[in-house]
Design a protein around this ligand. Structure first.
Ligand SMILES: NC(=O)c1ccc[n+]([C@@H]2O[C@H](COP(=O)([O-])OP(=O)(O)OC[C@H]3O[C@@H](n4cnc5c(N)ncnc54)[C@H](OP(=O)(O)O)[C@@H]3O)[C@@H](O)[C@H]2O)c1
Length: 315
């Protein structure tokens, strides 16, 4: 039996994505011990998916890993989170690779029971951003009584970070464009417009000061504002990498050189995220859904940098 698999055929723009017909893995051919075959119902789209084939991480080290730790030989595998069905059970699958497909092979420990209250799209979009946000809040030590500045509050990670920080009892100030202010307010944040004058606006909004900051966008503006406002640099966490950030004594989170991947913490965070989302205490905001065959369209939308929340593919 065959299935559809979306994969890049080269480095480049979303034009390099191809919908291939490949055999469904079976025991002995692509399905190993400790692995399960999941029928994908929805797959989450993340910026890492297009970065993998864009050339952004193109420098390859001696072990044939690029700057993001991605194995170049595994280049065609995109789609790092999904939700689906295995043996009649509804599951969230994270982390995984090659989820832009009708079926995906997953290690058994990547499965978390899908809360019945979540749609397939919500379930597929919960974990990569949710675990990243949980890691960033942990790294910056965000707790009750803090005032935390979240750069890019309207992105997939930012929308999760706002909600998780609010649940911890922190006051949240988050940057966004005005068209997303109401959304951020509905999640408990005080929105502030990003762009020239950001430092003054944040100071006016938080006269008692900012105790921690999350850089979820990677701009000079986000870094400079955080450094100016947060006295303790170990309470600034960035998920965006880049050489400037490596010199500033802040926490660098991710898969590049010198960054903390937080694999154990992120894996452990999945249960709480599923429980919170299932109980209606954590929303997965969906910006748009696309048929699997329109993955390139979804990537073009994501690359525009202005989607509020998750992009989701539906096989
Ligand atoms: N290290 C890790 O483990 C890790 C994990 C996940 C993601 N990441 C990285 O983190 C970044 C964010 O990921 P994401 O999925 O949250 O992105 P995303 O959902 O694609 O972010 C889109 C949002 O960014 C906002 N935005 C654009 N320019 C901005 C600016 N200058 N200042 C503030 N907000 C701005 C847009 O709002 P407007 O429409 O208002 O412009 C839009 O809502 C990406 O670079 C991603 O690769 C790293």
């Amino acid at each position: 039996m065959n299935m559809r698999l979306v994969r890049p055929t080269a480095y480049g723009s979303p034009d390099v994505l191809d919908v291939a017909e490949v055999p469904v893995p079976e025991p002995g051919s692509g399905l190993g011990p400790g692995e399960v075959l999941v029928r994908v119902k929805a797959a989450g789209v993340n910026p890492i998916d297009w970065k993998i084939y864009s050339g952004a991480f193109h420098d390859v080290d001696d072990d044939h890993h690029d700057q993001a730790g991605v194995d170049i030989d595994a280049l065609p595998r995109i789609g790092l989170e999904c939700a689906g069905v295995v043996d009649g059970n509804e599951v969230i699958v994270y982390p995984v690779t090659a989820a832009y497909a009708d079926y995906v092979v997953a290690p058994a420990d990547s499965l978390i029971a899908k809360p019945a209250t979540l749609s397939w799209a919500e379930a597929a979009g919960l974990m990569l951003t949710g675990t990243t946000a949980a890691h960033a809040l942990h790294a910056a030590g965000v707790h009750e009584g803090d005032t935390v500045l979240i750069h890019n509050g309207s992105g997939g990670v930012g929308l999760m970070a706002i909600q998780l920080a609010t649940h911890r009892g922190a006051k949240v100030i988050a940057t966004a464009s005005e068209h997303n202010f109401e959304l951020l307010r509905s999640l408990g944040a005080t929105p502030v417009a990003y762009g020239p004058g950001l430092l003054d606006r944040v100071q006016a909004t938080a006269p008692d000061g900012i105790t921690a900051a999350l850089d979820l966008i990677g701009t000079d503006e986000a870094l400079d504002t955080s450094l100016a406002l947060v006295a303790d640099r170990t309470r600034i966490a960035s998920i965006t990498g880049g050489p400037r950030r490596a010199k500033e004594g802040i926490k660098l989170l991710g898969y590049g050189p010198g960054e903390d991947a937080g694999a154990e913490l992120r894996a452990a965070a999945r249960t709480d995220l599923a429980t919170m989302a299932g109980a209606g205490n954590l929303r997965v905001l969906i910006a748009a859904t696309y048929p699997l065959t329109q993955a390139a369209e979804a990537h073009r939308a994501g690359q525009s940098g202005h989607t509020p929340g998750k992009l989701i593919l539906i096989p």
